[in-house]
Design a protein around this ligand. Structure first.
Ligand code: GLU
Length: 303
């Protein structure tokens, strides 16, 4: 029997949802409906400083107003730190983590020093300079996860070592926009995209003050929730390289991916939570209906 598609919308409750989130949620919900699949909501609230109950309540209210329904219980990442600790411990046991005590300023200074010597320092796909490897020799064991949680260090993945443990080149199955069209055929295999996790350097696995990072939590949760198709915006397209690497290291299944277009504001920039005028709450309070939101997001208004 063909597997039932399981899709999710995974916002972070660190601000109000905007039109871009509405597009993402409506696309995923619509695809789940059409494909006879399940739709899950996951709250990615690992950042205890920036996430707030009031934003979480706003997300639930905005999505319900848009007419979406989702399964219960909603997975809240802050309630599952043990799952991320276990995954981080596995990577530590494999000897792939190191404890990094560099501040942002220290990293910036190390990169500036190399650039002053005329070295063209590599950037990651988001444009940030790669970590210069300062602490790479400081191997992290399981106990180091507690030190990360206590805010003493961050734990990073030694990317060269990690890649050396993987036999084959990495890739993922990408459906892109086609996934969201009526004509999408579930038996389609999508395009095979080569992953390049090295482009991100020694990524953070446990942030200072936390047993996890976005990358670790997202792969653990997608696996635990049985997500078959990861639906999200193109801003996370290249993060998939890191996710595929972590999935292979942790022995997790590989979902398919469908990255969708992003909405831009009148300034041509990607919408951000700081654009309060385009928050769903502001639009609702200005008298717009859920149909208007669909139209503004470039979706047919009739569903
Ligand atoms: N929580 C992420 C965000 O709000 C999305 C994560 C994902 O879909 O993989 O941007």
């Amino acid at each position: 029997m063909a597997e039932i598609p399981i899709l999710r919308f995974a916002p972070s409750p660190n601000g109000e949802l905007h039109l871009g989130h509405a597009l993402s949620a409506l696309l995923a919900h619509g695809a789940a409906d059409r494909l006879g699949g399940r739709f899950l909501l996951r709250l990615e609230d690992i950042d205890r400083d920036r996430c707030r109950p009031v934003y979480e309540a706003g997300i639930l209210r905005d999505l319900a107003w848009l007419g979406l329904t989702w399964e219960q219980p909603v997975r809240r990442q802050s309630e599952h730190f043990d799952d991320y600790r276990a995954a981080a411990a596995r990577l530590a046991d494999m000897g792939l983590l190191f404890a990094c005590s560099c501040s942002r300023a220290k990293i910036a200074a190390a990169v500036a020093e190399r650039e002053a010597q005329g070295i063209i320092w590599p950037r990651d796909p988001d444009g940030a300079p790669l970590y210069p490897g300062t602490c790479r020799a400081v191997r992290a064991d399981r106990a180091a996860i507690g030190r990360a949680e206590a805010g003493e260090v961050a734990l990073r993945l030694d990317i060269a070592r990690a890649l050396a443990t993987i036999p084959d080149s990495l890739s993922w199955s990408e459906h892109g926009e086609a996934f969201y069209r009526d004509a999408f055929d579930l038996s389609s295999r999508g395009a095979r995209i080569s992953a390049d996790p090295a482009a991100w350097g020694d990524v953070v696995i446990c942030r200072k003050g936390s047993p996890t990072s976005y990358h670790l939590a997202v792969v653990v949760d997608d696996a635990l929730q049985g997500i078959t198709h990861v639906t999200r915006g193109r801003d996370l397209y290249w993060a998939t390289s890191v996710h595929r690497l972590l999935q292979v290291l942790l022995g997790l299944p590989a979902p398919a991916y469908a990255h969708h277009r992003l909405l831009t504001g009148p300034d041509g920039l990607k919408l951000a939570k700081s654009r309060r005028d385009l928050s769903l709450r502001a639009l609702r309070e200005a008298g717009h209906s859920p149909r208007d939101i669909r139209r503004m997001a470039g979706l047919p208004a009739d569903r």
